[in-house]
Design a protein around this ligand. Sequence first.
Ligand SMILES: [Zn+2]
Length: 266
Amino acid sequence: MPGAGVALRLDDVGAASKLHEVYGLTRVRVGTLAVPFPGNFLFLKYLPPIKRWGPYRELSAPEWEGVLAALEAAHARMTVAVTAGWVESDGGVTPFPRKFPAAAGVIREGVRRGLLEIANHGYTHCVLRDRLFRPRLFAGNREFHREFHDWLPAETHREHVARAQAILQEFFAVRVLTFVPPGNVFSRATLAAAVETGIRYVSCLDPGRVGRVDGLTWVTGGEVVAIHDRDLVVGGVDALRRLLGGRPAPPVTVSEVGQRLEGRAR
Ligand SMILES: [Zn+2]
């Protein structure tokens, strides 16, 4: 694939799981960094050994300005997987643009400048039912920080995918074509909902495990470098600069890679 870049994807923007998801060292997800990837980017090595995944804060507007500048300087683009609703402690859901207006404004500017693609990273990133998302005293709650379990009714999958699409498309004024299932968890009901709402690309680990879905293209594995907003909260925008500097070619967005794969499949 001459000149074909790899997609760069930043997950968990707007996801309140960064606040509510609490689990211990044994559960630290090495898995998220297990995608093919240069080893010097393992931010985990900068962390104190006992550090847990959360809680951590949302990226600020100035940090997003730095992200845009870094991408521009590297002639790179990036897909931002946004969770469209921020889950409050009482279970209420605030749309991302209302919860973080300054950061959302800079991200929208990045979209306008062609530096960022917005991807749907769910509506809540977690299970709202029975407040299962709340931290528990004697156990981790990680399971409930995945939104699209197959034990949830298909209607919940549809509602969450559609609500996220509506919020993101209205605020960012673009069609959202890429879906990134939170925590790599989804079912055929999730993908059916994705197709219904205009999604064309699904990006996560092994999205094809439930079989082919007409209208969807998987963008995964060696095609994607996936990082989390946490990597930039911990490592600063410098971490992104280092990553971009270490790439053989400037990264592109997931939908750009998806488009290329679609063309090849035809
Ligand atoms: Zn996530």
